[in-house]
Design a protein around this ligand. Structure first.
Ligand code: F6R
Length: 606
């Protein structure tokens, strides 16, 4: 879950500043330590350390010489503690090779022991350092630098996105397997990075490497070869893709945090999705057709899993289609029943979550069809899928997913509506209209939501626990509200189906514990949840409701929303005050909501 970047430019050019700005754009992938290595006429210069990128590399402009090729890394530790030694780039013994690596190497201990027996000295506890020493060893054995790199990659097992620089060689040597890596194409310079976001200020032309690809990237050329299962490296052509995200989307603008900016973007994204109804038609038609042959399993992690649960509800309620939702990391153990012809719908913001990718690989090996809803263009999941629909939320930088959650729900609603039309053989006009009206309501209510959420955050910020209760389609919204609060404010929070609460968790209610209750639009469900609310209130809970504005609910605090929204679209509205409560609670506790401790945006390890 680290970020890597590399730039190679014509001799005489300086790449340091660009390397720093690219690395800064990757900070959401990891932020416990960082480093840069530059190829200069004096050799390879390295600056690295513990801390944020700006803390570490602010020294770089003064302390190291600029050069024409360089690599950078932002780390989120997996092997080895957070320390300057373990920060990347990592060097070979002779300091002629520097590498950055994202992923985890299997059996690296064996490689390290073998290299140590040959006299290599290791200076870190990381698995990644073996790569630098292996390249050094292979250069001694084979002479040719590219051959040495290919031989090195051949001996690696596990997941890796690697970029290496070698003294005297103005190029980047890169390889990927089960960790993301793209090559960017510039004028007189070329790049590599963990994702396109790092390079959008330099280019919008990208080559998306496949697992098993190795590339030699010089300032003018990119040569790619692919490692076959028989251990050969065959030359391959990879196409160039244009990415339409503008670099401005990656700026925070006048917002204090990316999370707040991204919360604000939601009404516009929902509007854009509604206006693009026809774009989703092909995907919906494919899914509708496949459903005749097999069963539907949705697979996702974290917030996307919660969106998947809402998808399951929509498919059941609107289409009477049975589906299951499997947490990606559990997929292997819970999918033995899947057969050829069944359908897996993978939902992922990044399209790079290792658990989701592994689930999809398992599903494919069982002969299922894979359809996916993804946000990041060109991501690995898109290339493992038979059909892809983009949720079109634009880059999400805040580690906590916000706008991509509502975008996933809006797309699932559109797809379900289109499939309902196909089922009934008619086209209803109101699908687009109802999403547009949600977008408008959200726009009109955002300021009020912010004001109320801020007040509520002051009341809950010193609590140890909080509970989120929902029913029906807003049970997953309750799970999501709890996830948001716990991940950025570090207050323990759990989401429950409100009716289930009395079967155990009710024992945890004591004086002042916040119970955040999502009041259904549906009258029958509402009657039941009011009963559940009274249960917690009478035991001392501080009750906070999110509810339609035309109903009377006995509660301590209420956030109300337009009663015209209706049950099926209510998660799109209800999610927003929950995101804001989490946001303001974190800010008020002096916690950075964009970079919660221990978490990274793109979870590329299993
Ligand atoms: C929570 C959050 C994570 C992600 C999860 C899956 O705010 O962002 O739970 O939802 O890591 O990520 P994607 O959707 O990229 O597969």
């Amino acid at each position: 879950m680290c970020g890597i970047v590399g730039i190679t430019s014509k001799k005489g050019a300086g790449v340091l500043k660009d390397l720093i700005s690219s690395l800064t754009k990757l900070e959401y992938r990891g932020y416990d330590s960082a480093g840069i290595a530059i190829l200069t006429d004096k050799g390879i210069e390295v600056i690295k350390g513990v801390g944020t990128i700006s803390e570490v590399v602010s020294r770089a402009l003064d302390e190291i010489k600029d050069g024409s090729t360089g690599i950078g890394h932002t780390r989120w530790a997996t092997h080895g503690e957070v320390s300057e030694q373990n920060a990347h780039p990592l060097l070979s013994c002779d300091r002629r090779v520097a590498v950055v690596h994202n992923g985890t190497l299997d059996d690296f201990e064996k490689l390290r022991d073998r290299l140590m027996a040959k006299g290599h000295r290791f200076s870190s506890d990381t698995d990644s350092e073996v790569i630098a020493h292996l390249i050094e060893e292979n250069i001694t054995l084979h002479g040719d630098i590219v051959e040495a790199f290919v031989k090195t990659v051949m001996s690696l097992k596990g997941s890796y996105a690697v970029a290496a620089i070698i003294q005297g060689y103005n190029a980047l040597l890169v390889a990927r397997n089960k960790s993301p890596l793209v090559v960017g194409l510039g004028n007189g310079e070329n790049y590599c990075a963990s994702d396109v976001a790092a390079l959008l200020h330099k280019t919008n032309r990208f080559i998306f490497l496949e697992d098993g690809d190795i590339a030699l990237v010089t300032p003018d050329t990119v040569k790619v070869c692919h490692l076959t299962s028989t251990g050969e490296a065959l030359s391959v052509e990879r196409g160039i893709e244009l990415i339409e995200w503008s670099p401005e989307l990656l700026s925070r603008g006048s917002y204090e945090h990316f999370m707040l900016k991204e919360i604000h973007e939601q009404p516009n994204i929902i509007r854009k999705i509604a206006e693009n109804l026809n774009y989703y038609r092909k995907f919906a038609e494919a899914l509708f057709g496949y459903l005749r042959d097999g069963s539907l399993s949705i697979v996702a992690a974290g917030t996307s899993y919660h969106a998947g649960l809402i998808g399951k509800y929509l498919f059941s309620k609107m289409l009477s289609v049975r589906s299951e939702v499997i947490i990606a990391s559990e997929f292997q153990e819970w999918s033995h029943h899947l057969r050829k012809g069944d359908i897996v719908l993978a939902i992922s913001q990044s399209g790079e979550t290792a658990d989701v990718l592994e689930a999809v690989r398992i599903a494919r090996s069982r002969g299922t069809r894979v359809l996916s809803l993804v946000n990041v263009p060109g991501s690995t999941l898109t290339r493992l899928s038979d059909e892809v629909a983009y949720i079109q939320a634009g880059p999400e930088v805040g580690v906590a997913a916000t706008k991509t959650f509502t975008a996933q729900i809006a797309v699932l609603y559109l797809i379900s509506s289109i499939m309902k039309d196909l089922n009934e053989g008619k086209i209803r006009e109101n699908t687009e209209r109802s999403l547009l009206s949600v977008s408008k309501i959200l726009n009109g209510q955002l300021d009020e939501f912010k004001r109320r959420s801020k007040d509520i955050s002051e009341r809950i910020k010193h609590k140890k626990n909080a509970f989120f209760l929902g029913r029906g389609i807003n049970f997953p919204t309750a799970l999501e509200g709890a996830l948001k609060l716990k991940e950025i404010s570090y207050i323990h929070a759990e989401g429950y189906p409100a009716g289930e609460y009395k079967h155990g968790p009710l024992a945890l209610i004591e004086e002042g514990v916040p119970a955040i209750v999502l009041v259904p639009y549906d009258e029958d469900l509402r009657r039941k949840i009011i009963y559940n609310l009274m249960e917690v209130k009478s035991r001392g809970a501080l009750t906070i409701t999110v509810q339609p504005d035309n109903v009377d609910v006995p509660t301590d605090f209420a956030i109300t929303t337009d009663s015209s929204v209706g049950e099926l679209l209510s998660p799109l509205i209800y999610a927003v005050p929950l995101q804001l409560i989490a946001y303001y609670t974190a800010v008020s506790l002096n916690r950075n909501p964009d970079k919660p401790r221990n978490l990274a945006k793109s979870v590329t390890v299993e």
